[in-house]
Design a binder for this molecule. Sequence first.
Ligand code: SAM
Length: 245
Amino acid sequence: MAGEGGRSRDRGRRGPKKSGPPVTRNAAVKVRSARRRKPSSTEWLSRQLNDPYVAQARRLGYRSRAAFKLIELDGRFRLLLPGRRVVDLGCAPGGWTQVAVERVGARGTVVGVDLMESAPIAGATILRADVHDAGVAAAIKAELGGSADVVLSDMAPSTTGHAATDHLRIVALAEAAFAVASEILKPGGTFVGKVFQGGAEGPLLAQLKRAFAELRHAKPPASRAQSAETYVVAKGFRRGGQASQ
Ligand code: SAM
């Protein structure tokens, strides 16, 4: 993992000011195709320009529209209570970390982890690391100063375009997130993980059912309807609920 060099901490001003709810829809922006732009890029641009969550994220100072997924999950499941120790796996560019910092408050602790470099976020510690790294759980615990109350994972691998391969990679990443969570969560703790429906996630869900007292599935409104992405919210981590290797 990227040790000392990959760590950033910023304990100045904490996060964006308000995490108001989305979202009003403005008149649609039409994007014309351009000669040097691939159709898929034109489609992406059009979606971004017409996405009310993107506009609202920009207005409120969140680094990603994904911030609203966590806001909606927190509204429903009450995950980020003041004073909690929260770990955000796959944190870049930082939208979830910003939301976590503002909700746990000055008494809470937030540690984000990502392969990619993130700009510092006031009130959070960010580790540049791969969740598969052997020392990652110990490094997170050292930053937290103990076990975590909540482990979040919004991790997603880069895609190959081959649906079956991508699905397996996504599930493997969700399993890696749970493996880290099972090393660092305190008994009674909560795990929130992004999973994608597609067939191979069954064994992971079975493991989560054994390891937690309560397992719920959620598709927050900010998650695009056409995406197979969904989240599991697992509460009540059982002591000894380790992930099987
Ligand atoms: N929740 C973030 C936000 O609100 O800004 C967005 C997360 S983005 C969808 C997924 C992230 O997972 C990417 O930044 C990617 O680098 C990270 N990721 C993918 N594989 C990873 C791994 N093995 N270890 C750590 N991070 C990983």
